[in-house]
Design a protein around this ligand. Structure first.
Ligand code: ATP
Length: 516
């Protein structure tokens, strides 16, 4: 754990040093939980978007993409339930004046009990050695049994109180469990209040309720309100999907852990419209397809797991998360939700317009059911970076920091490096750069010794380094060095395009997704 926290710190400082991510408005000491993507970060972010867009829109002929406005008619958020129910329960400690999410305080308390159980199990394992039976120990050891029962009863009370919106009950649970503020150490808690996560602002110059509009807290609603526009203008037949990438805003009470939880972030969402009754089939389909998309990056299959939701949102009849093993542990990366016909029906009711599809095969009109896939772009960025960031010990005893970013996502696909800054080598290198730069993002670097330049490319994740030397002028060959293996080979300049394509083109990474 300690080591992993260190890894997150290392990633944060590496990101800043090499221009991936900067704290926002840093010259004014930054703004909490807000970050800017730098010159390399925006390249990587764009490449993640492209990977998603191509995989979702380009290779599915029944999925199209839109780009809706961030501002929407305020009734949208009444209809979707966000004005009334998009809340987190918050509580303040009167001594430290610190604010917490009440549900998170309870979850952290449960996690502590869980850790006690694991310690007890560990002790047992050490005591009994080979004859240790994990399941039997957990079922019979009095301390473990007592703590397991404790967790069940807390979870039960918590779920009941949250589902009934019984804020007094949530507070009583915190008091009964004697939960203290980690800062002040006191149990001096305020009441629990619901805190709406939407940011609001005023439209035009007139203040007042009528002109209050919201920054969208999810991109999904921009898709729902355009359902008929897209279906009609695109002559779409069910089942079909509408995809969108865009900013979303949530006034998170506690925003921590770098770009994992921010108040302004980006989502890549797809709403798939299906026949009523067929939603579970498509829910399973999209669970599998999305897991495949993630694993296809080659970061390591063991880094992902599914987590089914216990408490379903008001609109869902099935929901799960794809969790990723971030440096802070397994946490939500993507949500897959069967949203039923809730959203379209609500919009029908609030707008008075029919949002239905005439199904020629069934000869019948209906409000489609929806399966949603929703992945956070910034969380994807953090996932890629955490797996890619490696501090390698080399055979000669030295170390190198290397970002093993999947080649197609890397900010630069190749670096062109003239061995020295004279004898016509820079001119030849520029010529090669021109040959490649219309297809791929290429970096040219002639400063410092070649070894240092290789290390710099490793540190920003460039998959291939192409070195131009005196022999190049004679026979039009160069050396090409692989970031991961550090092996070099001599190839003709004419082969470079194919070499880069095999390693880092969109085709190279998307090919496996279209195979069945
Ligand atoms: P959490 O439980 O972590 O608050 P959520 O369940 O509210 O997340 P969803 O509403 O399902 O999240 O949003 C879909 C995706 O958007 C999430 O899987 C996540 O990747 C991303 N996301 C949500 N909130 C944030 C945030 N504050 N910062 C960055 N990404 C976010």
């Amino acid at each position: 754990m300690e080591q992993n926290q260190d890894k997150l710190k290392d990633i944060i400082s590496h990101s800043k040093e090499y221009g991936f991510i900067f704290p926002s408005s840093e010259i004014y000491d930054g703004l909490a939980a807000t970050y800017d993507y730098g010159q390399l970060g925006s390249e990587l972010k764009n490449n993640i978007k492209t990977y998603w867009w191509k995989a979702m829109v380009q290779i599915h002929e029944n999925i199209v993409g839109i780009d809706a406005a961030i501002f929407m008619h305020p009734t949208t958020w009444k209809a979707s339930g966000h004005v009334d129910a998009f809340n987190d329960p918050l509580i303040d400690n009167k001594d430290s004046k610190k604010r917490y999410r009440a549900d998170v305080l309870l979850e952290e308390h449960i996690e502590k009990i869980r850790q006690k159980i694991e310690k007890e199990v560990e002790k047992g394992r050490n005591r009994f050695g080979d004859s240790f039976d994990d399941a039997q120990f957990r079922a019979t050891n009095p301390n473990v049994v007592r703590n397991t029962d404790k967790i069940s009863s807390i979870e039960e009370r918590m779920k009941n109180a949250l589902e009934a919106n019984d804020l007094e009950g949530v507070r009583n649970l915190i008091i009964d469990l004697e939960i203290v503020c980690p800062i002040s150490g006191s149990k001096n808690w305020t009441e629990v209040r619901q805190f709406n996560l939407m940011f609001s602002t005023e439209l035009g110059s007139v203040a007042g309720d009528a002109s209050t509009i919201y920054l969208r807290p999810e991109t999904a609603q921009g898709i729902f309100v355009n359902f008929l526009n897209v279906q009609k203008s695109g002559r779409m037949k069910i089942p079909f999907g509408i995809a969108q990438i865009g900013k979303a805003f949530r006034n998170e009470i506690v925003a921590r852990q770098f770009i994992f939880r921010m108040r302004e972030f980006e989502q890549m969402e797809m709403q798939f419209f299906v026949r009523p009754g067929e939603e579970m089939k498509w829910y399973e389909y999209w669970k599998e397809a999305r897991a495949k998309w993630h694993k296809n990056l080659g970061l390591g299959d063991q880094l992902y797991r599914f987590h089914d939701h216990i408490k379903l949102a008001h609109y869902a009849n099935a929901a799960c998360d794809i969790e990723y093993n971030f440096p802070m542990g397994f946490k939500e990366l993507e949500g897959i939700h069967s949203r039923t016909d809730f959203d379209l029906k609500q919009h029908e009711q609030f707008s008075g317009k029919k949002l239905q599809f005439f199904d020629p095969e069934l000869n019948q009109s209906y409000v489609p059911y929806v399966v949603e896939t929703s992945v956070g772009l910034d969380r994807m960025f953090l996932a890629v970076l955490s797996a890619a960031f490696q501090n390698e010990k080399l055979e000669d005893g030295s170390e190198r920091i290397v970002l093993k970013i999947p080649a197609a996502l890397a900010p630069y696909k190749a670096a062109i490096l003239p061995l020295i800054k004279k004898d016509g080598l820079p001119e030849k290198a520029r010529e090669i750069q021109k040959l490649l730069q219309l297809d791929y993002n290429i970096q040219y670097d002639e400063k410092d010794a070649i070894g240092r330049r290789y290390r710099r490319q490793d540190a920003i994740g460039t998959p291939l380094s192409i070195t131009v030397d005196h022999q190049t002028l004679e026979d039009n060959t160069v050396t090409i060095r692989d970031r991961d293996t550090m092996l070099q080979e001599r190839v003709s300049v004419n082969e470079l395009e194919t070499k880069i394509a095999n390693k880092a083109s969109w085709k190279s990474i998307l090919n496996d997704l279209i195979k069945n």
